[in-house]
Design a protein around this ligand. Structure first.
Ligand SMILES: [Zn+2]
Length: 154
């Protein structure tokens, strides 16, 4: 077992989000709705040397496996991330995040006049573009602060 594998399989059960872009670990926690208030076991590595990325962040969350929609939003801020599901200290599933073409119902539009912020029952819809996401209704673009526009908090 390589040093790297040892490092990612230290938790007993949960999820290791590896290859997060350096500096994005706290945004990953925001996306997962984790602020420590519920006693979650979380460890974070920031600016860890990485062959692939130069530097990376690593987030380990105990006793939690991520939902598909959480992984979709994660992919927006950490397009190179890999998700390792850990059960009983073993990596039972390893996958790369997939950048979706669109994200529906997960983010709120920053434009107050956008129809999705009216009382109309319209789910938000964003197209994924190179540097962020673009509202399908009004064209507003969210770039760096995607975590701040999350509609769903678990
Ligand atoms: Zn909009």
């Amino acid at each position: 077992m390589s040093d790297h594998e040892l490092r990612v399989s230290k938790i007993r059960n949960g999820t290791v989000i590896d290859h997060v872009a350096a500096g994005q670990a706290l945004n990953v926690l925001a996306i997962l709705g984790i602020d420590g208030s519920e006693g979650e076991g979380v460890s974070i590595g920031m600016n860890v040397p990485s062959d692939r990325l130069g530097r990376k962040d690593v987030v380990k969350v105990e006793d939690r496996e991520l939902s598909q929609s959480e992984v979709e939003v994660l992919s927006l801020i950490a397009p190179e991330a890999s998700i390792n599901i850990i059960r009983d200290y073993d990596v039972v599933e390893k996958s790369r995040v997939d950048r979706p073409d669109t994200v529906t119902g997960l983010l709120s539009c920053p434009n107050r006049n956008c129809i999705t912020n009216d009382n109309e029952p319209i789910a938000s819809k964003f197209g994924v573009v190179a540097d962020g996401v673009r509202c399908a209704y009004c064209g507003d673009i969210v770039r760096d602060d995607i975590a701040a526009h999350l509609d769903v908090q678990s």
